[in-house]
Write a protein that binds this ligand. Structure first.
Ligand code: FES
Ligand SMILES: [Fe+2]
Length: 418
């Protein structure tokens, strides 16, 4: 067994073996967890929610990342802004509920009152010389990528988010996130390190054996496969999938819906990947019968069989855009062995529950899948902390994107450590 308890993060990074899972300390040590927050979560773009989380003026959402708490709000002009949720008086947290609606932001402690653009409006008993203009809320970088909200807590945010937005715009636009509403949200606490949650998401090696619901609409082959280890039935299925991707990409791209893969998962600071994937059987949506869950299609879409546009970002999100609904996932580290997976289901803003969609049909595939993944993450974490653990090899066929995630992570950490 490799003893990682006394080795510095820099030395651990230097001896990392490409193509293998990380050494134990990366998943279990408090020191590396703290470093992950500093080097990754406080420096890169983090996906936190969607514009429809704050649909009206005065709507506020609180997102906590480690010791940081951030307010995402829609101001009186309809613009979405982000601020540190820290009062400029003596530092009290200002907003406490995850979602609320306010006229002004009033700190409960001594009632300092801020406008929705962050300006300090009122602070009693501070004297005539007190300058309110020096005590506004501290802004946080915010970027809306077609309605998906990313924040960056660094003083200087990585500029390559603009390139991501430009490349992703044509893919995401047809699904019109801004014209949706959050129909449901589930917060799941997984008993594992956040990197284990992310690794789990970046492969479908485990899908056939663990996700009976998800593998109804989704092909396990979308993440790669080894042709040699397949029996005749599986090989036929993989071939059918590859033909389907070719045909459907031609069809979709021909009618103006970008579908081809873009992969920048480990060659830039703001890593991402996208591809429109076919949906099996009826081909419409990630539901148990693979038909749309909401009869009100998104945006200007008129065709239900649009497949599932997948969008993955480093370090903490993935998303599936169908013709009728969108599912978004964000990962927030809580401690070395606890991770928040926040899932939101979006439908057309005018869709009526019980008329246009049934909440159970809409959510059942991913509620089941997340629970199964949560269990697997717990299994891995509990084994990784054992004295017997040592890094194991990733499949070159089915775990290429896991390797890209880990590679991206190591590059960011190395960059931070200098
Ligand atoms: S700490 Fe907020 S008003 Fe005093
Ligand atoms: Fe899974």
């Amino acid at each position: 067994m490799l003893d990682t308890t006394s080795v510095s993060p820099r030395a651990l990074l230097a001896r990392r073996k490409p193509g293998f899972s990380l050494e134990q300390a990366f998943y279990t040590s408090q020191e590396i967890f703290d470093l992950d927050l500093e080097a990754i979560f406080f420096r890169t773009w983090i996906y936190v929610g969607v514009e429809p989380d704050v649909p009206d003026e005065g709507d506020v959402m609180v997102v906590d990342i480690g010791r940081a708490s951030v307010l995402i709000l829609r101001d009186d002009d309809g613009e979405i802004r982000a601020f540190h949720n820290v009062c400029r008086h003596r530092g009290a947290r200002i907003v406490h509920d995850e979602k609320s609606s306010v006229g002004k932001l009033v700190c409960k402690y001594h009632a300092w009152t801020y406008d929705l653009d962050g300006k300090l409006l009122r602070a009693e008993h501070m004297g005539a010389d007190f300058d309110t203009s020096c005590h506004g809320l501290k802004p946080v970088h915010l970027k809306s990528v077609e309605g998906l909200l990313f924040i960056c807590l660094a003083d200087e945010a990585p500029a390559d988010i603009d390139d991501l937005a430009e490349k992703m715009g044509p893919y995401l636009k047809p699904h019109a996130i801004r014209d949706t509403k959050v129909a449901h949200q589930v917060d799941l606490i997984e008993l594992g390190n956040w990197k284990i949650t992310m690794e789990n998401n970046r492969e479908c090696y485990h899908c056939a054996g663990n996700h009976p619901e998800l593998t109804i609409p989704l092909f396990e082959y979308g993440f790669g496969f080894s042709p040699e280890s397949m029996d005749e039935t599986k090989a036929k299925e993989a071939h059918r999938y590859e033909c389907m991707v070719d045909d459907l990409h031609g069809e979709w791209e021909g009618s103006g819906f970008p579908s081809k893969e873009i992969d920048h998962l480990d060659d830039r600071v703001t890593g991402f990947r996208t591809q429109r994937l076919p949906i099996d059987r009826a081909g419409e949506s990630q539901t148990l019968d693979t038909k749309v869950a909401s009869t009100k299609l998104l945006g200007e879409l008129t065709e239900a069989k649009m497949g599932g546009l997948s969008f993955w970002t480093q370090p903490n999100s993935w998303h599936h855009f169908m013709s009728d609904h969108i599912v978004t996932f964000s990962v927030i580290p809580l401690s070395p062995d606890r991770t928040l997976l926040r899932t939101k289901w979006l439908v057309h803003k005018d869709a009526v529950e019980g008329v246009d969609y049934d909440l159970k049909r809409l959510t059942e595939v991913w509620i089941a899948t997340n629970d199964q993944d949560g269990t697997l993450v717990g299994y891995q974490h509990s084994g990784v902390k054992s004295p017997a653990y040592e890094p194991g090899p990733y499949s070159p066929y089915t775990e290429g994107l896991v390797e890209k995630f880990v590679n991206w992570y190591c590059l960011r950490l190395a960059d931070h450590l200098g």
